[in-house]
Design a protein around this ligand. Structure first.
Ligand code: SF4
Length: 399
């Protein structure tokens, strides 16, 4: 079965056979050292600094609001959290300040000063609003923040509709240009959903033309305000993953969130014979690829695939505005609270996190040979089945 590219639910058995047979190319596995690191120290810790945000985006995971709720971490509690980072030793996790809008937090500059004193590596994910201006961009850089991510979710009309503000698309591009001009590393985030799935090539070409070199594509999870938004089918996810693999041939680093099956698709495309995949492209892939070539031409370089082994709960954790520890921002299952418990101890000892790290999944993800490299979106499993260890229903192999 080696070389067959399953396209249907029934082909899941084919995948199992394929994986149980000798392969010309071994599936990538994390080194022992990396495995140990992911068991003891997260690589990325996302902290939802506040639920306050001036925007009310259609798909907002955080269901942002305009006034901070009383349970939000106080300045002292936030400082205690920053101190806890030091207990991880070296290398420390990277702290990503998200929200809501982190710049809406009145004490954000005080906290960034403390993070700088503690020598923490910090990235921010601010909302594009009047608060994100030349002055605040310079201040972020002065306080050691080297990268920032902003969201662009489609062409002008789609982006403005999703953000609920006319002119927000143009403002986002202006902010991106300013951040790049001042030397901030800029990542653009795009949440892919049914509404914007056909615009991905346009978004890619646009941000690339502005000089953005990191594109992170979030595959919608139906939680928060995104609960009623249409997500992609497993077949469409497969097509988008294949399209994203193609974009890796250009000079932009492409990553995904809540779509670890992208790694499985990329590995297959990078290692299986090309002619085995000719019949495997769905209409969405064909459309996106055609548009990409029309906008920026073919690349002279081959697409590249670099294995990554982190996933929700395995190298990645999320702390909510009230201090609850979650496997990710899209997996609201509380594993403890950093107001009263130590982040390092929770990360290392929590049973759910350990089971996620061990790949103790049910359904297709539990028997899939790609469990180390992929392991499925724990958030989508939780959103669909109420179980963070269930299979990822967004993957073609698990649908
Ligand atoms: S999502 Fe699950 S079934 Fe699909 S490739 Fe990943 S581990 Fe395998």
């Amino acid at each position: 079965m080696l070389g067959v590219w399953p396209r249907k639910v029934d082909d899941h058995m084919a995948l199992r056979l394929e994986l149980s047979e000798p392969r010309t190319t071994a599936l990538p596995r994390p080194s022992k050292r990396l495995k140990q690191r992911l068991e003891t120290t997260p690589v990325l810790v996302f902290w939802e600094t506040t639920k306050v945000c001036p925007l009310t985006c259609l798909h907002c995971r955080a269901e942002s609001i305009s006034l901070a709720p009383p349970e939000e971490l106080t300045t002292e509690q936030a400082k205690s959290l920053l101190t806890q980072f030091a207990s991880f030793g070296t290398p420390k996790p990277t702290l990503i300040l998200t929200g809501g809008d982190p710049l809406s937090r009145p004490d954000i500059w005080e906290l960034l000063e403390m993070a700088q004193d503690l020598d923490l590596k910090v990235a921010v994910s601010p909302a594009v609003s009047p608060r994100l201006n030349e002055k605040s961009i310079v201040r972020l850089l002065e306080l050691g923040v080297q990268s920032a991510s902003v969201s662009l979710d489609g062409v002008q009309s789609t982006h403005d509709e999703i953000r609920g503000i006319s002119g927000h698309f143009e403002e986002t591009l202006r902010v991106i240009d300013t951040m790049l001009e001042y030397g901030l590393r800029v990542q653009v985030n795009t949440t892919v959903m049914s509404k914007n799935k056909t615009e991905l090539a346009d978004v890619f070409a646009l941000i690339r033309s502005h000089g953005v070199r990191i594109w992170e594509v979030f595959f919608l999870i139906q939680i928060g305000r995104g609960s009623n938004i249409e997500e992609l089918s497993p077949e469409e996810n497969e097509d988008v993953a294949r399209f994203l693999f193609d974009t890796s041939a250009y000079d932009v680093l492409v990553r995904t969130v809540e779509a670890p099956f992208y790694r499985r698709v990329s590995h297959q495309l990078a290692t299986l014979p090309q002619d085995s995949m000719l019949g495997s492209t769905g209409p969405l892939y064909v459309r996106l690829k055609k548009r990409l070539v029309k906008l920026i031409g073919e690349s002279d370089v081959k697409p590249n695939f670099k294995p990554v082994y982190t996933r929700d709960g395995k190298g990645i954790v999320f702390i909510s505005h009230s201090g609850n520890l979650y496997p990710s921002g899209f997996t609201p299952i509380s594993l403890g609270n950093v107001k009263s418990e130590n982040l390092r101890v929770l990360y290392q000892e929590n049973e759910v996190l350990n089971r996620i790290r061990n790949g103790e999944f049910s359904g297709a993800c539990g028997i899939c040979g790609y469990v180390d490299l992929c392991g499925g979106s724990r958030a989508r499993a939780f959103a669909h089945f109420g179980d963070p260890l269930a299979q990822d229903p967004g993957c073609l192999y698990a649908s």
